[in-house]
Design a protein around this ligand. Structure first.
Ligand SMILES: [Zn+2]
Length: 89
């Protein structure tokens, strides 16, 4: 279920890949810019640099799930490279 219109502006938006779209290890909770929920592109960009297909993202309430450390600024390594398909955007 896509709930892209459910987040009010000005709040931190978090989400992860929905169950079944990726292995559990990749289903960390990413931080998104608030523009991610307003954009109409098929890809939403995480703070750590991953581009996820909007339809694969399960939007969450902050504090739920296992956080993506790069998104939180806890690590400063290379941004995770997504093997996921780019949709040509
Ligand atoms: Zn992330």
């Amino acid at each position: 279920m896509i709930t892209e219109d459910s987040a009010p502006p000005g709040v931190v938006v978090v989400g992860r890949l929905a169950r079944g779209t990726a292995g559990e290890a990749r289903r960390v909770v990413h931080v998104f810019g608030v523009e991610a929920t307003a954009a109409t592109s098929e890809l939403v960009r995480t703070k750590c640099g991953e581009a996820l297909s909007r339809t694969d993202v399960e939007w969450l309430t902050p504090g739920v799930g296992m956080p993506c450390e790069p998104c939180l600024g806890l690590t400063t390594g290379e941004p995770a490279r997504s093997p996921r398909r780019e949709l040509g955007v």
